[in-house]
Design a protein around this ligand. Structure first.
Ligand code: PMP
Length: 316
């Protein structure tokens, strides 16, 4: 038995983290979709709320308000439910409907602002966060986001790698940039030569060419370069792009071939990590993450006939 769950747990928040690290197609993938609320965001949600309580920024009866493309909203709504706060999720219209429903299921209110990209929601959440009794974690800017990844997620991965192995590369899509930068910092402390690869959709090439457009890799490339990425951009070695179509095909491959039912960003991560292995054979230990569960995309990608088509492209 996993000793973490020996005895009685205090709350579902105790089940966040300690996810498996899987070796798959020559890369190491951290299975973050297994976190409560179905994504990697459970980690920073818990961390930022505990920190805010400690710093006196959030008091009993308070309201949490955050802009999100969905997963952070789901995660904060779960944390708010456990801790008895009111939760206001501010998100754009046009993203997967499951994520709206999941936030509501945890008792959160959802306020729509803008379409597809998070910019408008960001401004609204900040404005609401200034009201008395309100706290806005500001995930896209907060160093607490980076800190969780550096102090908790990064060291977890390092401890799980086979004895004697250190990461040669990290591949991560940029939503807030917290995962890439924070885990990257933890890796660099162990291996100063580790290569950090950011990933973004080829249709919305924001980091490489300042372009903002619609894409289907939800959770990354939210329509602006986040403060975290701007501040720490010098740590990043290269930006890779993956198209939405490739990401979705790779997402389906993960479920069918490996039994991993994850979202499009996980598919994109697998593909980008495989490209890094192919282009740089000297990078032996390539790490990536599968960030959210496929159940969040049932309506969008798995309820129609096209989901049973076997794609012959990258995964023939
Ligand atoms: N994939 C998914 C599905 C996400 O929800 C997120 C976070 N929004 C990411 C990847 C990127 O993580 P980060 O915010 O740490 O850059």
């Amino acid at each position: 038995m996993n000793t973490r769950f020996a005895g009685v747990s205090a709350s579902i928040l105790d089940a966040i983290g300690d996810t498996p690290l899987l070796e798959i197609e020559g890369i190491y993938a951290k299975l973050e979709f297994l976190n409560p609320s179905g994504s990697i965001k459970a980690r920073i949600a818990k961390y930022m709320i505990v920190r805010a309580e400690r710093e006196g920024l959030l008091k009993p009866g308070g309201t949490i308000v955050e802009a999100t493309s969905g997963n952070t909203g789901n995660a904060l709504a779960m944390v708010a439910a456990v801790k008895g706060y009111r939760m206001l999720v501010v998100m754009p219209e046009g993203l997967s409907s499951e994520r709206v429903a999941i936030s509501r299921a945890y008792g959160a209110e959802v306020l729509f602002c803008g379409r597809f990209h998070v910019n408008d929601a960001l401004a609204k959440a900040r404005e609401l966060g200034r009201q008395p009794g309100h706290f806005c974690p500001r995930q896209f800017d907060s160093e607490w986001n980076v800190e969780e990844n550096r102090l908790v997620l990064g060291p977890e991965i390092l401890a799980q790698l086979p004895a004697g192995r250190v990461p040669d590369a990290l591949v991560a899509g940029v939503g807030t940039g917290g995962t890439l930068i924070g885990v990257g910092q933890a890796f660099r402390a162990i291996n100063p030569a580790v290569r950090l690869f950011a990933m973004e959709p080829s249709e919305s090439c924001t980091l490489l060419c300042g372009e903002i457009a619609l894409h289907q890799i939800e959770g990354i490339s939210d329509g602006f370069v986040p403060g975290i990425f701007q501040r720490h951009a010098s740590l990043v070695d290269e930006v890779l792009s993956v198209s939405s179509g490739e990401a979705i095909e790779s997402m389906r491959h993960l479920a069918r071939r490996h039994g991993l039912f994850c979202g499009p960003s996980s598919g994109a991560h697998l593909l980008a990590a495989r490209r890094v292995r192919e282009r740089h054979p000297e990078l032996r230990t390539v790490v990536t993450l599968f960030c959210d569960e496929g159940e969040k995309y049932l309506q969008e990608h798995f309820m129609r006939g096209d989901s049973v088509t076997v794609n012959a492209g990258h995964f023939a």
